[in-house]
Design a protein around this ligand. Structure first.
Ligand SMILES: [Zn+2]
Ligand SMILES: [Zn+2]
Length: 138
């Protein structure tokens, strides 16, 4: 086996590895992309998908990790635990149902599936309209 063959093999293996992960859709925002990727691959306790988004879509956003960290997002899932949540207008409303003669309050819930990303311009790391900042004190 010649040396160049080995290099080619490694290169094609690396390419396969890279395309294994989800790619941001055209116009998709950082948070929709990270949420979608977490759904599929889970969190590895790093900003794996946030950084991937940055590298692919917004390479000039070098302060991204720092900005997310300021919101408590030190890994992909913490972005959503501490920083942003699905916009409240997308939640099912709190409602009252009657069960066995008692009124029971069903609390507002986030949607099971995210609606499609409403879109951001290329190079932006801002969330789209599907997201809002978590209020402090939650
Ligand atoms: Zn995490
Ligand atoms: Zn979005």
């Amino acid at each position: 086996m010649s040396e160049s063959t080995t290099t080619d093999e490694i290169e094609s293996w690396l390419r396969e590895l890279a395309t294994d992960l989800t790619e941001p859709r055209p116009g998709e925002c950082l948070l929709c992309f990270v949420a979608r990727s977490l759904d599929e691959f889970g969190c590895d306790n790093q900003l794996r998908f946030a950084c991937r988004f940055r590298d692919l879509r917004a390479p000039r956003a070098v302060g991204l990790e720092r900005r997310l960290g300021q919101r408590g997002g030190f890994c992909d899932c913490e972005i959503f635990l501490n920083g942003w949540s699905v916009h409240s207008r997308l939640w099912s409303p709190e409602r009252e149902v009657e069960r066995e003669g008692y009124a029971e309050i069903i609390e507002a819930e986030p949607p099971e599936e995210l609606p499609p990303c409403t879109g951001v311009r290329l190079g932006s790391t801002q969330p789209c309209g599907n997201w809002e900042r978590r209020r402090r004190g939650w």
